[in-house]
Design a protein. Structure first.
Lengths: 418, 418
């Protein structure tokens, strides 16, 4: 049934470690001791941890939000030896399951106090360096995530295939409306006018470029290293008759050429790599007019920390969410001037909640096409991301900037809210 | 006539270096050579430089925006030896004067390309380290600037004595209206509600605290190390009958005690000193409730650079305008989450334009009370600041932040523009 496994590749999960293969003998004293240490190192979060033989670690005080069930010795060893990666892999293979609301349980995990002492040191060592983003490396990293197949993303994204944080100025909006609102919010921040030339770095399935051309009269050139995405976007532009106004280029953002009135990058910086921020700044400097506006939209952090190790290994190789301070390495060398920063953290939690509902509705199709391990892994990834935005571990920054000498500025941001 | 000279103190300016004491002999070849080097190192800005004997350096190409006239050898030596400090001192004493619009001429100076090579190195060496901000040092530095006398500031500030950037959402606003709009903008960003407790670090003459108490029903405690300002603000609160809702404390912000729903600091960070940013963050962390909001409003830069040496020496000892990146040293150690950054650079240029008109109208009073040198120095400072905001060398950042775990956030910033 499984036609491919883009999450785990050749690094197959061990099928012995699943719920249908529970260990037969009882857990040993040293296993229980180590598990207690791990739970303590997590800050004793507010959920129960249960082993296959009925051994329980319950939270003190408050009622648990759910139960993490470890079905056998293999899964326990994965967790003990590999931390977040082991948990994610064991969850994917079914060796660990969660009873209760997965998002709520992960919020509890992320909200527990930071581990201190030895446990904290161990946790930091477990975090690996993100993979480097050379031109070839970027292509490979992006291929890993985005070329799973358009059909997969179509199952649970909105019809414009927006795979970035939506904007919910009113809470009851649909995901379709909120993604439109996000694109309008960005176009307004960039003060797009008919005839403006826009360079886009990382365009996904081309939705924002489409929106800018069709609703704001802009001419857009979009760079992207994902072949499947560029093909999808280009074909759509041709079929829908605006390929004169939108050009999708299968190439690295570092090769952007031309002169533009606006530069935009939504959800690409996570894949750029810290070392490349000054180069991204040079690209913007090279292509922006004297009074041009630029906007970078990215997942971020309040303090420097690597991406969750399992997500970085299995879902998003090379990904890193920067702090606002780190983002300034894009701007400072070119003396760009920050005009506006907005944090849309809870909007991303809401976006993910919508995606998760659709994803769960499409479960049978995902499982049929990619297998149960893949389906579980992506469920963990979406739920874990929602939990991280809810718990404050992840932020969503929109940074609008311009050249230091540009005095053609609006006197307020009121135009965003008309 | 001169009752005191708070700008120059005992370090009197040499009266031989004034327009009324022009040098009698001709300028010498090496003086002309060095002056040419200095002008070149400034990036050959678009104004004429003239010596007392008629020697001229004219800009190439465009028509000059004005003329810098050096009246004698002493002034020339000040400029050659001490750069910005020499220029400022010679301008103050009358040894240098400017023909044409002073602000436009300074914009031309600030907009010229950066000096390169030896000239650039010399310029950087000329820039001194800002004075340290120990508790005692802060008090002395603040005394230098703010205790010149309330009567002096009353001559040219608005009636609420707001000595920080105003907010001009509509260009034709008066300075009185724009200062009110600034205070409202801040109160809205902080989502002030009746009964909220506010801690203010650095309160000037108490205008914002007054505004928060009288118009938003808040209870405000404001810290300030300027005795004259605290006395003025406290007496006004007593006379106007709201001293139960506003407390002005003559003490350092590092000694703030209590718990507050909001923290605000407008125009103090410039005096805090980079080394003290983490401590300021600790103060906010110590006194803010779990869902409290905090706002820091400060002059800033797009890249790290010391304050203009003359301004730092004569006007604002110890002052330093941080970059957004440097400001993150307040937030990151406490994991504060940036919600909103707004840059009001051109609003400060407009504020200074209003101040300068009023200042010029009050010229006779300033000169009568403080002397001609002081009057000229402050004119240069106000015009130079306006020019720096116009040329992009200075920014004005309002940074709104909260705790990482605070999920009680509004879904848009629309409420700021109702």
């Amino acid at each position: 049934m499984t036609t491919s496994n883009p999450v785990f590749g050749k690094d197959r999960l061990d099928k012995r470690g699943t719920a249908s293969h529970p260990s037969k003998d009882r857990s040993r004293p040293h296993e229980r001791y180590l598990l207690r240490r791990v739970v303590a190192a997590m800050g004793s979060p507010c959920f129960t941890v249960a082993l296959w033989d009925g051994f329980l670690i319950s939270p003190e005080g408050a009622a648990p939000v759910g139960t993490v069930r470890i079905h056998n010795r293999l899964a326990l060893n994965q967790l003990l030896r590999q931390g977040d990666i082991g948990f994610g892999d064991a969850f994917s293979s079914g060796g660990i399951s969660v009873e209760g609301d997965l998002v709520a349980l992960l919020v509890a995990a992320f909200s527990a106090p930071e581990p201190r002492g030895i446990a904290g040191v161990v946790k930091r060592i477990q975090q690996r360096k993100p993979r480097a983003n050379t031109h070839d490396g970027s292509r490979e990293n992006i291929h890993h995530h985005y070329d799973i197949g358009n059909d997969f993303y179509r199952l649970w994204l909105d019809k414009e295939m927006q795979y970035t944080c939506a904007y919910f100025p009113e809470e009851e909006m649909t995901i379709e409306a909120a993604q439109q609102a996000k694109m309008d919010h960005i176009c307004r921040k960039l003060q797009l006018r008919p005839g403006d030339r826009v360079a886009e770095a990382g365009c996904g399935w081309g939705g924002l470029a489409r929106h800018m051309a069709l609703n704001y009269g802009a001419t857009v050139s979009s760079w992207n290293v994902s072949a499947e995405q560029v093909e999808y976007a280009s074909e759509r532009a041709k079929a829908e008759g605006y390929s004169d106004r939108v050009t999708y280029v299968l190439d690295d953002y570092r090769n952007i050429t031309g002169e533009y009135d606006a530069f935009v990058s939504v959800g690409m910086l996570e894949h750029v790599g810290r070392d490349n921020y000054p180069e991204l700044g040079s690209v913007v400097d090279r292509c922006l007019t004297q009074d041009g506006r630029a906007l970078v939209h990215t997942i971020g952090r309040n303090r420097p920390r690597l991406m969750n190790a399992w997500v970085e290994k299995r879902i998003f190789p090379g990904a890193y969410p920067p702090t606002l301070k780190e983002m300034m390495d894009i701007l400072e060398p070119q003396r760009f001037s920050v005009l506006d920063v907005e944090n849309l953290r809870l909007h991303y939690a809401q976006t993910l909640a919508h995606w998760l509902v659709r994803y769960d509705e499409a479960h049978d199709q995902v499982q049929g096409q990619f297998g149960e391990d893949f389906a579980r892994a992506w469920r963990l990834y979406l739920a874990g991301s929602q939990a991280a935005f809810l718990a404050g571990g992840l932020q969503l920054f929109q940074v609008l900037f311009t050249r230091e000498r540009n005095n053609d500025l609006l006197s307020s941001r009121e135009h965003l809210y008309r």
